[in-house]
Write a protein that binds this ligand. Structure first.
Ligand SMILES: Cc1cc2nc3c(=O)[nH]c(=O)nc-3n(C[C@H](O)[C@H](O)[C@H](O)COP(=O)(O)OP(=O)(O)OC[C@H]3O[C@@H](n4cnc5c(N)ncnc54)[C@H](O)[C@@H]3O)c2cc1C
Length: 171
């Protein structure tokens, strides 16, 4: 199904039933998708450089054991591990989860973000080169985000899984 079709259906739905918060967010997320498609088109192979499209001089580590534990969902950080178990079992993970595990991989573990991105490439059922590498570079601080933000995993867990239901399901 093309994004254009989704947009037309969305507009049709809004005309018939009115706009609401959900229709707004669906439209907004489609803009992100479009944005990363254009970034990939503009940047070409620069998207895959360790220093990213911003030529940020960062030192990335490559520790096979650390990477294997992240992939298997055995980091010891429950929220990260639950998301990785979900990915490994289903080939899917929510956008929130993707942001958290990618930020953890690049910012906490300091591992080369492209290895994390390539793991997503081999596991995601909705893998898309522009969305995947664009989002990964963004989370690693070498993409489009000039603020280079950092996800606090325990705060994310308190906000999005306060009762532990998600962790209980996947751990
Ligand atoms: C590290 C990382 C890697 C990702 N890799 C991919 C990938 O390989 N393929 C992929 O399609 N999406 C990727 N995304 C974007 C996003 O996580 C998924 O598109 C989203 O989880 C799909 O779920 P949904 O259809 O319920 O999204 P909804 O929230 O319902 O959004 C509707 C649509 O908007 C688009 N969209 C939403 N969020 C994003 C986003 N952050 N970037 C780009 N498009 C977005 C998608 O086409 C999505 O189907 C990645 C995000 C991150 C943080």
């Amino acid at each position: 199904m093309s994004p254009r079709r989704v947009l037309h259906e969305l507009e049709q739905h809004e005309r018939s039933h009115g706009a609401n918060e959900s229709t707004y967010w669906l439209y907004f997320e489609l803009l992100w998708r479009d944005f990363f498609q254009w970034v990939a088109l503009e940047q070409g192979k620069r998207l895959f450089r360790a220093q990213g499209i911003r030529s940020k001089q960062k030192t990335w580590r490559v520790d096979p054991d650390v990477i294997a534990r992240w992939q298997a969902g055995e980091t010891g950080v429950d929220f990260v591990d639950a998301f990785m178990h979900e990915l490994n079992a289903t080939g899917w993970m929510s956008n929130r989860g993707r942001q958290i595990v990618a930020s953890y991989f690049a910012k906490e573990l300091g591992q080369d973000w492209r290895i994390g991105a390539s793991y997503f490439e081999s596991t995601l059922i909705d893998y898309d080169v522009a969305s995947n590498y664009g989002n990964w570079a963004y989370q690693a601080g070498v993409g489009n985000d000039s603020r280079d933000r950092h996800f606090n995993v325990s705060r994310q867990q308190d906000t999005y899984d306060p009762t532990g239901a998600f962790r209980n399901m996947w751990l």
